[in-house]
Design a binder for this molecule. Structure first.
Ligand SMILES: CC(=O)N[C@H]1[C@@H](OP(=O)(O)OP(=O)(O)OC[C@H]2O[C@@H](n3ccc(=O)[nH]c3=O)[C@H](O)[C@@H]2O)O[C@H](CO)[C@@H](O)[C@@H]1O
Ligand SMILES: C=C(OP(=O)(O)O)C(=O)O
Length: 424
């Protein structure tokens, strides 16, 4: 991806549906027999992988525009091939639904962005408490339960994925399951709403205690995914970093209170009206003394790399502490190569703002690091070349078109074998 930077973003853009809501919801479609339609599903690499997995299980799954039609009637397998499991973290979301529907599931350790160890022990512990017998053999995990029985599960950490997997496993269990210290992310509430649209009885999502009353069977439904708060946040930071003026429509500002607070502290004007967010009015951002990533509603780890670009250009010294993933500072070296002054000390990044960044060749090491480099390229003086952009396609629908529609000079080139590049 090649970016000619230094142009303020300007214009209006609609927000895509949330990847992190769509992925568990598509997996939850396996809980019902019949045809489920999910609307506002973004066109992303991770969604393609999820649909490939669902097809490998015998389902018919097709994305038409922003809608996915999933027919699970002929699903006949509870085995996910290792090659598909390894393509993304969210492949693990099939574990709960397959176990609930077929009484068994055979999977492998999931893949995904290299941002930390990302264990699944909380998922497995919760499933065991629901009555599953689990055998781990190297990478392979075999899980069986002739029936799942509701119980009280306390999570040692409010893991988003574990909360969702256990909710999905518990909807068809005998009796009541209570999950305490559950994750409170908006995507959990979206999953609850989807499950309840199919006839499940789930309450409490969005709080630390979720109650799931098992039902005998579910019925197909049609459901619309919430807007993507991380894409919204990425656009907000990009508008501020390029000192532009951008209007976002179809957003949910109440999911972004921590970012809005940080941006306002940095001197950015953010106005909110129903599902519209306007960002602009910044000359040079001010440093923000301390940002700590933590589970929702605190500052999201998925926006840590992006906000660091704004702080790299701010007046003064900022500190960002990463509390969720131990390997999520890989963008720092790349930003430093663009002229940023950032020092990492354990899980803190100390950012001394510089007046400008300069374009150079950098590498996207993971999804959000890649998004941060795009913002840096848009704000920098000169030309930025970003390599390994496929990481970004996991979470942003045609990011180059998204920013080009706001006036950015950004082009994607596809590599061809003899090292030439052609517009992609
Ligand atoms: C598809 C999706 O929704 N992805 C999001 C989800 O990922 P994900 O569901 O993987 O994130 P978790 O909340 O589970 O993980 C948070 C922390 O808990 C640890 N952990 C998690 C599970 C477990 O069984 N054992 C364990 O130790 C992880 O290693 C990590 O350090 O939440 C993350 C934290 O907000 C986001 O960055 C991801 O974008
Ligand atoms: C880390 C992320 O996603 P996943 O959990 O799907 O790897 C992300 O969306 O930033």
């Amino acid at each position: 991806m090649v970016i000619e930077g230094g142009r303020p973003l300007s214009g209006t853009i609609a927000i895509q549906g949330a990847k992190n809501a769509a992925l568990p919801i598509l997996a939850a479609g396996m809980l019902v027999e019949g045809t489920v339609i999910v609307d506002q599903v973004p066109n992303l690499l991770d969604i393609d992988v999820m649909l490939d997995i669902l097809r490998s299980l015998g389902c018919r799954a097709e994305q038409i525009g922003q809608s996915v039609v999933l027919d699970t009637t002929s699903a006949n397998s509870a085995h996910i091939p290792e090659s598909l499991m390894g393509q993304m973290r969210s492949s693990i979301f099939l574990m709960g639904p397959l176990l609930a529907r077929f009484g068994e599931v055979e999977v492998y350790q999931p893949g995904g962005c290299a941002i930390g160890e990302r264990k699944i022990d909380l998922h497995l512990l919760g499933l065991r408490m629901l009555g599953a017998e689990i055998r781990e053999d190297g990478n392979r995990i075999v899980c069986r339960a002739s029936r799942l029985t509701g119980t009280d599960i306390h999570l040692d950490f409010p893991s988003v994925g574990a909360t969702e997997n256990l909710m999905m496993a518990a909807v068809l269990a005998d009796g009541v399951t209570t999950i305490t210290n559950a994750a409170r992310e908006p995507e959990i509430e979206d999953l609850q709403n989807f499950l309840n649209s199919m006839g499940a009885r789930v309450t409490g999502a969005g709080t630390g205690t979720i109650r799931i009353e098992g039902v005998k069977r579910l019925v197909p439904c049609r459901y619309r995914i919430i807007p993507d708060r991380i894409v919204t946040g990425t656009l907000m930071v990009a508008a501020a970093a390029t000192r532009g003026q951008v209007t976002l429509t179809g957003a949910n500002p109440s999911h972004l209170t921590s970012l809005i607070h940080v941006l306002r502290r940095a001197g950015v004007q953010v106005t909110v009206d129903d599902d519209i967010i306007k960002v602009g009015g910044v000359i040079r951002p001010k440093a923000v003394e301390r940002i700590v990533t933590s589970p929702y509603p605190a500052f999201p780890t998925d926006l840590q790399a992006q906000i660091m670009v704004l702080l790299a250009l701010a007046d003064g010294v900022s500190v960002v502490k990463e509390m969720i993933f131990e390997g999520r500072f890989k963008h720092v070296d790349e930003l430093v190569r663009m002229g940023a002054d950032i020092r990492v000390d354990l899980n803190s990044a100390i950012i001394r703002g510089v007046p400008r960044l300069y374009g150079t060749t950098v590498e996207a090491t993971d999804l959000r690091a890649g998004a941060a480099l795009v913002i840096a390229g848009l704000a920098a003086q000169g030309k930025t070349v970003i390599e390994q952009v496929y990481h970004i396609d996991r979470g942003y629908e045609r990011i180059e078109a998204m920013f080009a529609s706001l006036g950015a000079r950004i082009m994607r080139y596809a590599a061809v074998p003899n090292n030439r590049v052609i517009p992609g």
